[in-house]
Design a protein around this ligand. Structure first.
Ligand SMILES: [Zn+2]
Length: 56
């Protein structure tokens, strides 16, 4: 499982492969670049932290 990040809506999510569009907002490109890119370590940490809080 890999982590990806949408620059259009700032949504971080898991997927097996890089999707061609954001599963949340549907963006394909943003500023002439792919909207969805591999997430940075900071973004993954943020996602996991938010999830951990949601489980409380
Ligand atoms: Zn999005």
């Amino acid at each position: 499982m890999n982590y990806f990040y949408c620059d259009a809506c700032h949504y971080c999510f898991e997927a097996n492969t890089l999707p061609d569009r954001c599963p949340d907002c549907g963006a394909v490109t943003r500023n002439d670049k792919p909207a969805v890119r591999p997430a940075s370590n900071n973004e993954i940490d943020e996602l996991l932290r938010i999830r951990a809080e949601d489980n409380d």
